[in-house]
Design a protein around this ligand. Structure first.
Ligand code: ADP
Length: 259
């Protein structure tokens, strides 16, 4: 029997009420296990980004607990890489200097950070673009820089908030494959926010489906094991079945809530 993976971060009975009175999450439970690729899938406004912000410590729960059972470090920022939908690059800085930013904020000089920057850019296939400026890059390349920046601190946990939503399909497919390869090479854990059934089915080892706001997990669907996919996977019956199952759960949930 395979050993269960340790829990990296755990959210228990979490409620999040914003100061304007909006209850984004209620009764929200999620365990993120080491090494998994979990997608949070749900309708717009159901609280997916709020979950990422709570995990990152950028927001606090109104009720409930966010804990890191396996970690003694109270400051988990060093363990987390955050990738947003918008690459949020500094337009006046070149690619290498953009990737340097988190290291710089932690006190590393440009000289000291050189190897780590080079390593991060190599991981996303941008070694030849270290001196380029964001305006010279395509949307997909800018997102790669953003991912390299998040990887520069060697995070155990990568939080990704609809990172590929603004990209064309070909770029998105490529980045999907690169992300799976990266996760495999780095052995990190990924929590990925998306509202695309197809993207969640392709990438995830688990799809956590959320209810409309206030969000909570209504189903956990087992996906493929973490790691790169074969070329045939997108055209496979397994992938089609998974997409069908996820769509059905999502539709049933939305219908139940709007009756
Ligand atoms: P999703 O990522 O699923 O689209 P969000 O987590 O961004 O959803 O938002 C959930 C709900 O909380 C939405 O109704 C949103 O308008 C609201 N919300 C998010 N952030 C804030 C905030 N800082 N103040 C007030 N309301 C917010």
């Amino acid at each position: 029997m395979t050993q269960p993976s340790p829990t990296l971060v755990s959210l228990r009975d979490v409620t999040k009420v914003f100061s304007n009175g909006v209850t984004a999450l209620a009764g929200f439970d999620l365990d993120v296990f080491a090494g998994e690729f979990v997608s949070l899938l749900g309708p717009s406004g159901c609280g997916k980004s709020t979950v990422l912000r709570l995990i990152a410590g950028l927001a606090q729960p109104t009720e409930g607990i966010v804990s890191w059972p396996d970690s003694t470090d109270d400051d988990h920022r060093g363990e987390i890489g955050f990738v947003f939908q918008d690459p949020t690059l500094m337009p006046w800085a070149n690619v290498a200097d953009n990737v340097w930013l988190p290291l710089r904020l932690r006190g590393a000089s440009r000289h000291d950070a050189h190897d780590r920057i080079a390593e991060s850019l190599a991981l996303v296939g941008l070694s030849d673009f270290a001196k380029a400026y964001p305006r010279e890059l395509s949307g997909g390349m800018r997102m790669r820089v953003s991912i390299a920046r998040a990887l520069s601190l060697k995070p155990r946990l990568l939080l990704m908030d609809e990172p590929f939503a603004a990209l064309d399909e070909i770029a998105r497919f490529r980045l999907n494959d690169d992300l799976l390869r990266l996760q495999n090479d780095l052995r990190c854990t990924v929590v990925f926010v998306t509202h695309s059934v197809y993207e969640s089915a392709y990438l995830s080892s688990r799809i956590a489906v959320m209810s409309p706001r206030p969000g909570r997990i209504v189903a956990n669907i087992e996906g493929e094991t973490p790691g790169p996919r074969s070329k045939e996977f997108r055209a496979s019956s397994r992938y089609a079945q998974l997409c069908g199952l996820i769509s059905q759960v999502l539709l049933d949930q939305t219908a139940a809530e709007t009756l």
